[in-house]
Design a binder for this molecule. Structure first.
Ligand SMILES: Cc1cc2nc3c(=O)[nH]c(=O)nc-3n(C[C@H](O)[C@H](O)[C@H](O)COP(=O)(O)OP(=O)(O)OC[C@H]3O[C@@H](n4cnc5c(N)ncnc54)[C@H](O)[C@@H]3O)c2cc1C
Length: 336
């Protein structure tokens, strides 16, 4: 591993100032992704600023009935929080679908959002990768691409974003609070991650040296039910081939009043399915509508040589997830 210097931040503002003074710095939270990438030589920071002890550990109700989550809240704690289980079940389910118990005990809300792609070529220093080394080429496009993107990819990058939690946050219309050298700003979770275009080295709209301080969830729509479903090669400890987070509110006459749908595992960012949502809203909440909505969204898919299976997989996940939300089953994460 390349040598680096280390400091422990004393406040969010001090962390941001320390970063500004060290252009090749990285914030360190749980370290479950950053340290792995440093060992591989993919990440080579000269300076680490440990933000894991900053007082960003609270989960607090907001005045409008939502929830504000500190960036250092561990994935396990967020998944087990009473309000999250009761009011944001798709978030709890997404968190519990990620990694392992040990990893979730260490992984933070901020770090989870900023974990990097699991594309094997990104992690392999001997392979060209535009995300790791801009201009070197994309090995995955014509290589082993079963796990790669089917939506929104570019000739420069076909990697997918790996976070489960981020997919649920996009569906819940969460907002990210960022603190940077020029002050604070708020970005919708659904617009935080980028498509690769010709700059795949940039995963997000985060500016250099900005710290994620909080994630705020608005109150869920009245009467809404929600769920997260993930398809993967193993029952645990595996990233999504495809996943779907859905938030659905249906009126008494069976008409969809509110629909939010986001896919994971299909693109360089959590894929908010706006086209499907337009089909759903105002339509009858039944399997025919759900299939029509999923098909409308996935018409934009451009599968690679080995991942055409992701399109029907995502379609079926969306239809099953939405259908389950119209049934009588309790809308709670498993184990709560
Ligand atoms: C074997 C394995 C399996 C996994 N499976 C899954 C899975 O199925 N689903 C899933 O979603 N995840 C999975 N993960 C990934 C795991 O969720 C992430 O590693 C973890 O969430 C990262 O959080 P962290 O706090 O450890 O981040 P770190 O590793 O500390 O940091 C990650 C990145 O975020 C930056 N960062 C951290 N905090 C902040 C902040 N507040 N502001 C700005 N930048 C910040 C760091 O600089 C770094 O670039 C898996 C990981 C492993 C090792």
């Amino acid at each position: 591993m390349k040598p680096f210097t280390f400091e422990r931040a004393t406040s969010p503002e001090q962390a941001v100032s320390a970063f500004a003074a060290q252009p090749h710095a990285r914030f360190l939270a749980g370290g479950t992704n950053l340290v792995d990438l440093m060992k591989l030589g993919v990440e080579t920071p000269e300076h680490l600023i440990d933000v894991s002890r900053l007082p960003l550990n609270d989960i607090e109700p907001t005045a409008d009935g939502g929830l504000r989550v500190g960036a250092n809240v561990r994935n396990s704690d967020l998944a087990a929080h009473t309000t999250v289980c009761r009011s944001y079940p798709a978030l709890a389910q997404a968190l519990l679908a990620g990694a392992s118990g040990q990893l979730r005990n260490l992984a933070t809300t901020g770090g989870n959002l900023l974990q990097r792609t699991r594309c094997p070529y990104f992690q392999d220093l001997s392979a060209p990768c535009n995300k790791r080394e801009p201009g070197s080429g994309c090995s995955a496009r014509e290589g082993v691409n079963r796990d790669m993107a089917v939506l929104g990819h570019s000739e420069h990058c076909v990697a997918t974003h790996p976070s489960d939690m981020a997919v649920a946050l996009a569906a819940y219309d969460a907002q990210l609070e960022l603190l940077g050298p020029e002050g604070s700003r708020t970005v919708p979770a659904a617009e935080f991650h980028r498509l690769p275009e010709d700059t795949p080295q940039r995963d997000t709209v985060l500016r250099p040296g900005e710290l994620i301080s909080h994630v705020t969830l608005p109150p869920p729509p009245a009467g809404a039910r929600a769920a997260y479903r993930k398809a993967r090669d193993r029952a645990s400890y595996a990233f999504a081939l495809a996943s779907a987070a859905a938030v659905l509110a249906v009126d008494g006459d069976g008409t969809v009043r509110h629909a939010a749908l986001a896919f994971g595992g299909l693109a360089h960012r959590p894929w908010r399915a706006r086209t499907a949502e337009q089909v759903l809203t105002g339509s009858r909440a039944d399997a025919e509508t759900f299939a029509r909505a999923a098909d409308a969204e996935l018409a934009a898919a451009r599968p690679l040589s080995d991942n055409a299976f992701k399109v029907p997989l995502a379609r079926n996940l969306a239809v099953h997830t939405l259908t389950a939300l119209t049934g009588d089953a309790p809308n709670r994460p498993a184990g709560t």
